[in-house]
Design a protein around this ligand. Structure first.
Ligand code: PLP
Length: 385
């Protein structure tokens, strides 16, 4: 029997059947354009505004603070570029961390070319930023700090409320990329002192093509898409109502199930981590042992190539990843693993296993049965056993 075990939930998730059911009427029957004045348009507009309320409710925001976009890549671009250009008169300094997702790293690099000054904060061996370092690098011209909430790769969760408190004290906008934590652990934009927050539907059992940027009321932000003035003029474009209804339904489910599911996944994750470290010599955990996402386990193995592990796991019916989905096409090691102090060859031996709503104990047992043999065989083939 060929098994099909999906342990790559950080890359993307299947759409929950309950979400599909909620979306379907908006693909053909209630297909209107939210800007149209007729009944079709108004039906779509009502669904949009109800969805905004639902999404806002999951993170303690006001509905008018939710801007729908097409992806978190877009939300992160909008956060950085939108704040940079709207607040240029105040300064040109932006602070990010060394372990951001490529869409933040590359937006910052582009802004650097436009004359902005970027500081990239270091992290410790477990991937944590020291909030005191944020305070230290803030200067007179600092206009924005953007720090990822939970790492897409190593799962480490930052002390966002502490960093936010420092930014608030200094009167500086604070953005967090919460793509991996949204719907998985509780988020409250007020308790966390954030002014902007990005999240994506396809990482939490919703469809691709919908995401949000939370923008605190009163924040000065410049659009990057200009047009018909949808989404309070911050993000013009005909609104993808079906996908947004799907994201809202995914939020509704998350709100109900978040606590129980986090407990269930943490147990499974810890069983997985313990099993791998015990059964496989020369294996090491990446990221913080406790301050990590309930669904993330990330390792590096001595004397093995991550890509070879992925291929062998795939042949055994298990889908996993060696680094983030977006960077696995590149051959150089992940900047996140290098930032936590791994050497190139160590980073190349990394394996990310991310669990989700349909992960069963029997699947973790199966993984723990096949992985030690795979690592042993690969080391033997390369003469490094
Ligand atoms: C932390 C993080 N930020 C941003 C993104 C980009 O999200 P999207 O796929 O919605 O563009 C991802 C996706 O991998 C991510 O993990």
């Amino acid at each position: 029997m060929t098994k099909k075990i999906y342990l790559d939930y950080a890359a993307t998730t299947p759409v929950d059947q309950r979400v599909i059911r909620a979306m379907l009427p908006y693909l053909n029957k209630k297909f209107g354009n939210t800007m149209s004045l007729h009944g079709f348009g108004q039906t779509a507009k009502s669904a949009l505004e109800e969805s905004r309320e639902e999404v806002a409710g999951l993170i303690g925001a006001k509905p008018n603070e939710i801007i729908f976009t097409s992806s978190a890549t877009e939300s992160n671009n909008l956060a950085l570029k939108g704040i940079a250009f709207a607040n240029r008169n105040k300064g040109n300094h932006i602070v990010i961390s060394a372990i951001e997702h490529p869409c933040i790293m590359e937006s910052a690099r582009w802004l650097e070319k436009q004359g902005f000054k970027i500081t990239r904060l270091k992290v410790d061996k477990q991937g944590l930023i020291n909030p005191a370092d944020v305070r230290e690098v803030i200067e007179k011209g600092t206009i924005l700090v953007s720090i990822i909430h939970a790492s897409n790769e190593i799962g480490t969760i930052q002390n966002i409320s502490e960093i936010g408190k420092i930014c608030r004290e200094k009167g500086i906008y604070f953005h967090t990329d919460a793509v991996q934590s949204f719907g998985k652990i509780p988020i409250d934009v007020n308790k966390m002192n954030v002014d902007l927050l990005s999240a994506s539907s396809h990482k939490m059992y919703g469809p691709k093509g919908a995401a949000i940027l939370y923008v605190r009321e009163g924040t000065k932000i410049e659009p990057i898409l200009h047009g018909g003035g949808q989404e309070s003029g911050i993000r013009s474009s005909t609104v993808n109502v079906a996908a947004i209804v799907g994201m809202a339904q995914a939020c509704k489910i998350a709100k109900k199930e978040i606590k129980k599911e986090a407990v269930r996944l943490t147990k499974l994750r810890d069983k997985l981590i313990k099993g791998v470290l015990e059964k496989i010599p020369g294996s090491h955990l990446n990221g913080h042992p406790q301050k990590r996402l309930p669904n993330n386990a990330n390792f590096w193995f001595e004397n093995v190539e991550g890509e070879s592990i992925i291929i062998q796991l795939d042949l055994s019916g298990i889908a996993a990843s060696t680094g983030s989905a977006c960077s696995s096409v590149k051959l150089e090691p992940s900047h996140i693993l290098l930032a936590i102090g791994l050497k190139h060859e160590q980073a190349h031996g990394s394996l990310r296993l991310t669990l989700g709503r349909w992960t069963k104990t029997s699947e973790i047992d199966y993984l723990l049965k096949v992985l030690p043999g795979i690592i042993k065989r690969l080391r033997e083939i390369s003469g490094k056993a």
